[in-house]
Design a protein around this ligand. Structure first.
Ligand code: ADP
Ligand code: MG
Length: 238
């Protein structure tokens, strides 16, 4: 059974079709990158999987269950955004715990999960700091911590590193790689950065104008792009 399955998923905003007939099955534990230029529909597709955007047509299944019309909180997913607004008046611990408190987890369970996330993300020494006392990379780790404590089956990342400088981006990329190995969860990662996609993903989904142009392992797209778009975006220079 696929972890995430999209069947003929379409999306229109008014008369404008931005996602057209997407069929895709993502395996459990797979790391899939959605790549494409700005406006190609990456975020919209991810937001539909998350339940933050309604679908115009088609079905979305998670672990075989049709979640097309399910609430975001009932989908077993957690999303990490590009702009990770932390609560400035709360320390790191409370920022990570926040969603669990809303979901009425008991205090001991919250504590166990926050400490587990802090260990995985190497935030143990920083739990009592406020966001203002953190570096950009540390803040992004706290944002990922908020996703980890929910024990999602599927992590959704929308350009999580694009606000970081180049050196931090490389460091955080390695962190995300390690996170994937350690958790073994399914990860869907939106990026317009070819290097990120090439180094992180088991498979790349190349999107242009809401249509899948090619799906496959990074080297397959790199060495054998199926059309000009893929060649220009990821293919090896010829
Ligand atoms: P990407 O993440 O690849 O940059 P998006 O999914 O954000 O692309 O956008 C895809 C297309 O859908 C763009 O043309 C964008 O303008 C349009 N779009 C996205 N969200 C909305 C919205 N809420 N209302 C109208 N158009 C939207
Ligand atoms: Mg986007």
């Amino acid at each position: 059974m696929a972890s995430v399955e999209l069947k003929a998923v379409t999306k229109s905003f008014g008369p404008v079709k931005v996602i057209e007939g997407i069929d895709l099955a993502i395996e459990k534990g797979e790391f899939v990158a959605f790549v494409g230029p700005s406006g190609s529909g990456k975020s919209t597709l991810l937001r539909m999987i998350a339940g933050l955007e309604t679908v115009t047509g088609g079905d979305i299944l998670i672990d075989g269950k049709d979640v097309t019309f399910a609430e975001p909180s009932d989908r077993g997913i957690a999303m990490v955004f590009q702009s990770y607004a932390l609560y400035p008046h709360m320390n790191v611990y409370d920022n990570i715990a926040f969603n669990l408190k809303l979901s009425k987890f008991d205090r001991a369970e919250i504590d166990t999960r926050v400490k587990e996330a802090a260990r995985i993300l190497r935030l143990e020494e920083l739990l009592s700091r406020s966001p203002a006392q953190l570096s950009g990379g540390q803040r992004q780790r706290v944002a990922i911590g908020r996703a980890i404590v929910r024990h999602p089956k599927v992590f959704l990342f929308d350009e999580p590193l694009s606000n970081l400088d180049a050196a931090l981006r490389v460091q955080m990329r390695l962190e995300i790689e390690r996170l994937h190995r350690e958790l073994g969860a399914t990860m869907i990662y939106v990026t317009h950065d070819q290097v990120e996609a090439m180094t992180l993903a088991d498979r790349i989904v190349a999107l242009d104008e809401g249509v899948i142009q090619q799906v496959g392992p990074p080297l397959e797209l790199y060495a054998g792009p199926s059309n000009k778009f893929v060649a220009g975006f990821i293919g090896s220079p010829k």
